[in-house]
Design a protein around this ligand. Structure first.
Ligand code: ZN
Length: 261
């Protein structure tokens, strides 16, 4: 069965900048989805900020194996209800890939629980992306390093929790370096951050970048059934303990109480 991908695009720069619209006439989200669909094994569709519920209804997320997120200018316009829904889906087992400026998106910050800040410069620098985990599935079929002639610089320190794995690091012409491909697990969901993709450069037309995203989709896909209630915190009664015990001492909570949140 093909992996079902939803590519979420903020779709603002494409409408407001002639430069961006020239590079991505149908939007970055369509360019990313198109490359995935041409690769095979994946059925990629798109959703945008402007759609009702940003195109991310409960039903849509239930049919999404991996969500790809690109946002930049309108992070604050993403509804908190949708952010809750996306995080719940990740904790339940949906894969999530955050691209470039999605480091400051609400769902990414929520999933990381940290500032997700970095240094940056928009000067069209060459980026050299080095593979740091040669046998990692996200790096399959890629050379030891590849270059993007024009990219925005993102530099360390990157304010994210220590990742499970670092798959790529980037060097920039100006001298900075950055951990540009990082993985985490959040609940039952696999999360990948991939740095390149500034909107004024043709990054998502690059074959190596397209390969990374395709590999990341395959890696992030969790074929197990979704957890129904990933936030459950059951109060286990004394008589349901795995070993027999006798209750002792005072207690605050009654049998079956839900506990404080
Ligand atoms: Zn950018």
């Amino acid at each position: 069965m093909a992996i079902r991908v939803t590519v979420w695009g903020e779709n603002v720069h494409e409408q407001t900048s002639k430069v961006v619209a020239g590079i991505y006439p149908e939007g970055m989200h369509q360019a990313i989805a198109g490359a995935l669909n041409r690769a095979g094994g994946v059925t990629a569709t798109t959703a945008t900020l402007q759609e009702p519920e940003h195109g991310l209804t409960e039903a849509r997320l239930a049919q999404t194996d991996v969500l790809i997120w690109w946002g930049h200018a309108a992070h604050g316009e993403v509804s908190d209800a949708v952010v809750d829904r996306v995080c719940h889906a990740v904790w339940s087992g949906m894969g999530a890939i955050f691209l470039h400026s999605a480091h400051f998106s609400k769902p990414f910050k929520r999933l990381m629980g940290s500032p997700c800040n970095l240094t940056w410069r928009e000067a069209g620098e060459r980026e050299r992306i080095w593979l740091t985990s040669r046998n990692h599935p996200i790096a399959a079929g890629l050379p030891d390093h590849f270059e993007l002639e024009h990219e925005e610089m993102y530099g360390e320190p990157f304010g994210v929790p220590e990742p499970l794995e670092t798959v790529f690091i980037s060097w920039f012409q100006g001298g900075e370096v950055f951990r540009s491909g990082l993985t985490w697990r959040r609940g039952a969901g696999n999360v990948f951050y991939f740095r390149p993709g500034h909107e004024t450069y043709p990054t998502y037309h690059d074959p190596n970048v397209q390969r990374v995203i395709l590999n990341a989709v395959t890696w992030a896909h969790n074929p197990a059934a979704r957890l129904q209630d990933p936030g459950a915190a059951p109060n286990v009664p004394v008589d349901k303990a795995p070993e027999p015990i006798t209750e002792r001492g005072p207690r605050l909570h009654g049998d079956g109480d839900g506990g404080f949140r």
